[in-house]
Design a binder for this molecule. Structure first.
Ligand SMILES: *[C@@H]1O[C@H](CO)[C@@H](O)[C@H](O)[C@H]1NC(C)=O
Ligand SMILES: *[C@@H]1O[C@H](CO)[C@@H](O)[C@H](O)[C@H]1NC(C)=O
Length: 449
């Protein structure tokens, strides 16, 4: 019984320890890492599914993309269906593996019993603890942390006894890439390696380390796989690695990532794969005018147009429109910024000036496409489309002005949001969500008169 307790507590520390090492050796660095991580996840959180929490039972149940899983659940990938499945952790199996650990077996996140999800939750939990420790004012919290996490020397002793190997992030990434790159790995192992890798490359310096040993190119080549799941998870890793990380974005362009992403979007693929590939494309293009130029040259807008016009891809359509809105406004801001600061080195602006986005959008029929998308039923989809119509107004004015269907849609939305905004006001919410949507519609109608 006592032994069981001891082992159970060691098990918790096996997970916890990894990050504590970094937190202790370089607290400032890990604070910035944390902030970066938050920024980069914002993109994925566009997905409304991300907020859902899944409640596992003792039986395997399918997990929909983006659903959150409570700590301690067991997650596996069903290769027949490509669906991730979840159930409650099986207590007996848990104990058996702990005995294995005690005998000096290496703690390996790829064993079947510790799922990636377990590890991620454990690491995330520990990060909270590490953050608490760094805020010196809060003594009470520190005491709590001390109570929860034992001194490092004590932990080291335990680890020596357990003969557990502690890996750095770099070593873990090398191992995961080798696993993924090895022809002897099964499909399931490859997907699991990519899934775990995604966690690490959210941190900017980890993503840059991935470049240093050729790992990024291995993942980019994964986009060429004949397995849709490998394409999907390679894109998942790349989307995270590219986010606000210019060094990685540059290498990715040189490594041919842009062509490969566009090829996937242009061909028959599962919707889940296209979603992640679109996310990777967005991360690659954002704040990188050279990539945007290449994107236009490679016919990216035509690819996106076909994507938006396919049946059953409304989710993608909204994301595409959001991407275009982002690119249009990004360029506008660059112009504004240069004007305000009397820019002394206008290289960035010159790069943006070579991105002929608005004329291409107009030539390739995006005025009509964006106008039609306003007919989507969801409020947040309409919100995104309204934003985009506003940003394209100068470019598309004559199209919008002459489009009888658009004026009808706008008029009916005006009526709908007048009611909803009035309701909102009655409920005591001043200048709420519907009030703002109504405002955008009113000003569009005004401009188009
Ligand atoms: C991936 O595998 C190929 C062929 O097996 C090998 O040439 C290459 O060096 C490997 N790449 C990395 C980064 O391990
Ligand atoms: C990947 O596929 C593209 C075409 O989709 C091809 O041009 C390229 O040579 C392939 N690369 C590798 C590494 O297989």
């Amino acid at each position: 019984m006592l032994l069981g307790l001891l082992i159970a507590s060691c098990f918790t520390f096996c997970f916890s320890h990894q990050n504590q090492e970094f937190a202790l050796t370089n607290p400032e660095k890990s604070t910035t890492k944390e902030t970066e991580r938050k920024e980069t996840t914002a993109e994925e959180e566009l997905d409304p599914e991300v907020l859902e929490v899944f409640h596992p039972s003792p039986e395997w149940q399918a997990l929909r993309p983006g659903q959150a899983v409570p700590v301690g659940s067991h997650v596996r990938l069903n290769l027949q269906t490509g669906v991730r499945e979840v159930k409650l952790q099986n207590e007996d199996k848990f104990q058996n593996t702990l005995k294995g650990t005690k005998k000096g077996k290496r703690l390996d996140i790829n064993t079947n019993t510790y799922t990636s999800q377990d590890l991620k939750s454990a690491l995330a939990k520990f990060k909270e603890g590490a953050e608490m420790e760094s805020s010196k004012e809060d003594k009470a919290r520190q005491a709590e942390v001390k109570r929860l996490f034992r001194p490092i020397e004590e932990l080291k002793r335990d680890f020596a006894e357990l003969n557990v190997v502690i890996e750095t992030d770099m070593q873990i990434m090398v191992r995961l890439i080798n696993k993924f790159n090895s022809s002897s790995s099964s499909l399931e192992e490859k997907i699991a390696a990519l899934f775990d890798l995604e966690y690490y490359v959210h941190q900017m310096d980890n993503a840059q380390d991935l470049l240093s040993f050729g790992g990024l190119q291995v993942v980019i080549n994964g986009l060429n796989s004949t397995e849709p799941l490998v394409k999907e998870y390679a894109a998942f890793v790349l989307g995270a690695a590219f986010s606000s990380n210019p060094k990685v974005q540059v290498e990715a362009i040189e490594g041919g990532a842009l062509q490969k992403l566009l090829v996937i979007l242009a061909t028959e693929q599962p919707l889940t794969a296209k979603k992640k590939v679109l996310f990777a494309l967005c991360s690659l293009l954002r704040h990188f005018p050279y990539a945007q130029q290449q994107f236009l040259k490679l016919g990216g807008l035509q690819v996106l147009r076909s994507l938006v016009q396919e049946k059953g891809t409304e989710v993608l359509a909204v994301r595409v429109v959001t991407l275009l809105y982002d690119l249009v406004t990004e360029k506008m801001f660059a112009e504004e910024e240069a004007k305000l600061t009397q820019e002394t080195s206008p290289e960035k602006l010159q790069q943006y000036r070579q991105v002929h986005l608005l004329p291409s959008l107009r030539e390739q029929g995006w005025c009509e496409i964006t106008a039609h998308l306003l007919a989507l039923p969801e409020h947040d989809a309409r919100e995104k489309v309204l934003q985009t119509l506003g940003a394209l107004l100068a470019t598309c004015w004559d199209h919008y002005h002459q489009d009888p269907k658009l004026s009808r849609t706008l008029a009916s939305l005006q009526a709908e949001y007048q009611v909803l905004a009035a309701q909102e006001l009655q409920d005591g919410e001043d200048e709420g969500y519907f009030w703002e949507l109504l405002g955008s519609i009113n000003s569009l109608l005004q401009e188009l008169r």
